[in-house]
Write a protein that binds this ligand. Structure first.
Ligand code: SF4
Ligand code: SF4
Length: 427
């Protein structure tokens, strides 16, 4: 097209506009992480570049591989890798996609679900999934699968129980995982071997052990890595090449060790130590974690499905036969999940209390996405439990919109200030 001055003028397509908005969202968070916190870590450069390449330049990381989309944490990555395919977790944190999803789902739906659906609607994937497995976890995720199918994707439901403790649930999910494995074998045209599965269990186990080693530094008095960087590291596990991820985390661990020796910290002595729980922070929606650390507190641990829950428990295998390994994985993925989708969820309360004690935290911040009924419902029991234990807790409801900032920051700052005063009094 030619404008009146005779110069070529490109008219942006809706897709280009969406990509530009997403790139702006991504870069603004990456720049904040790079520039706003004291003593930045060199080894985080890998993760900043990764997110920039994937979300600002749509760089594909798995061109030559079969890409298996997953809608939640209950699909065992070990099995996908054992078929020589790549898992891509599709939980999404972009406001641009949430906005697109708002035209397709009820306005009041969970922003994570709306953003995931919006992402499929726009189709702007750097690595487009070949098909998608959707565990029947919360109602909104369960129903989102049908909408996503409408955009031409194959979505396979994976039955997931809502009762955690019963033997029936355990059997049910074991069968579900066996069905999922058969389906994946059909789709890939490959046979699942004992050797391959054992190798991938150990690969994921190694990644988990690196995560746990990183967390050890967060238990120390002097904190060498902030919580927002940790969220970025764990969010990268959603889509990165696993070997590149483990190499980058090994480098990060070396630097953390050096920083500890040199007393190079990211937080002041008086900075309150926070355990973060609730709806998961997914890049670039770090609104609440950012507010916390910009208010001079530091997130020392979290209980969320975008971070701690992915790495917490290891697969415990008794017999190294394929079916035994599959059963062990089903058990692990069911038991380790502390999402409020379950009828009773005492594990979650126990875990939060345990994190507060082992990370010497001063308080808990609980975020529920507006529209997420289960996190909203479960806040009461968590708040009561914290009260019984004498642990200060702040409950916040938030969404992906950039407009809420002022009101939330006032509440976060007031909470952080009250914890600081308490800390000062205690000397
Ligand atoms: S919040 Fe629960 S249902 Fe949603 S992605 Fe996380 S584990 Fe799955
Ligand atoms: S935040 Fe709530 S509604 Fe959203 S995916 Fe998680 S459980 Fe489902």
């Amino acid at each position: 097209m030619t404008n009146t001055r005779g110069k070529n003028h490109h008219i942006e397509s809706p897709e280009e506009k969406q990509n530009r908005h997403k790139a702006m969202e991504a870069i603004s968070v990456i720049n904040s992480l790079k520039e706003e916190f004291k003593n930045p870590i060199d080894a985080m450069g890998y993760f900043y570049r990764l997110f920039e390449e994937v979300y600002c330049h749509q760089k594909s990381l798995h061109e030559d591989k079969l890409k298996v989309g997953t809608m939640c944490i209950q699909i065992p990555s070990e099995i996908i890798y054992a078929f020589d395919a790549v898992p891509i977790r599709l939980c999404n944190g972009f406001y641009t996609d949430d906005d697109i999803g708002s035209d397709l789902l009820p306005q009041k739906a969970c922003p994570l679900v709306k953003a995931t659906v919006g992402h499929f609607a726009s189709g702007n994937f750097s690595d487009k999934p070949d098909f998608v497995y959707s565990p029947t976890t919360c109602d909104q995720k369960t129903k989102a699968g049908a909408t996503i199918e409408g955009f031409g994707y194959e979505v396979i439901d994976v039955d997931f129980p809502r009762v955690k403790e019963s033997e029936i649930s355990r059997e049910y999910f074991r069968r579900s995982i066996r069905d999922f494995t058969l389906d994946l074998a059909k789709k890939t045209g490959k046979k699942l071997t004992k050797k391959k599965l054992r190798e991938t269990i150990s690969k994921i186990g190694y990644a988990q052990s690196l995560y746990h080693r990183l967390c050890e530094y967060r238990k120390e008095k002097e904190i060498v890595i902030n919580g927002n960087d940790m969220f970025l590291v764990t969010n990268a596990f959603f889509f990165d090449r696993i070997d590149s991820w483990t190499d980058a985390v090994e480098t990060l661990l070396d630097e953390c060790e050096k920083r500890r020796d040199e007393n190079l910290t990211v937080a002041a002595k008086v900075s309150p130590r926070i355990v973060y729980t609730g709806s998961p922070p997914i890049f670039p929606n770090y609104k609440i974690p950012m507010l916390i650390e910009q208010s001079d507190a530091v997130i020392v641990a979290d209980e969320t499905c975008s971070s701690n829950r992915m790495f917490n428990d290891r697969v415990a295998v008794d017999e190294w036969f394929v079916n035994d390994m599959l059963d062990s994985m089903a058990d692990k993925y069911l038991k380790a999940c502390t999402c409020p989708i379950f009828t009773k969820n005492d594990d979650r309360i126990r875990r939060v209390i345990d994190l507060v004690n082992s990370y010497d935290a001063d308080g808990v911040i609980y975020q529920a996405f507006a529209g997420c009924t289960v996190y909203e419902l479960e806040q009461r029991s968590v708040l009561e439990a914290m009260e019984r234990e004498g642990i200060p807790i702040l409950y916040l409801e938030s969404d992906y919109s950039p407009s809420q900032g002022g009101q939330l920051s006032t509440r976060v700052e007031a909470f952080v200030e009250s914890l600081k005063m308490k800390k000062r009094k205690q000397g």
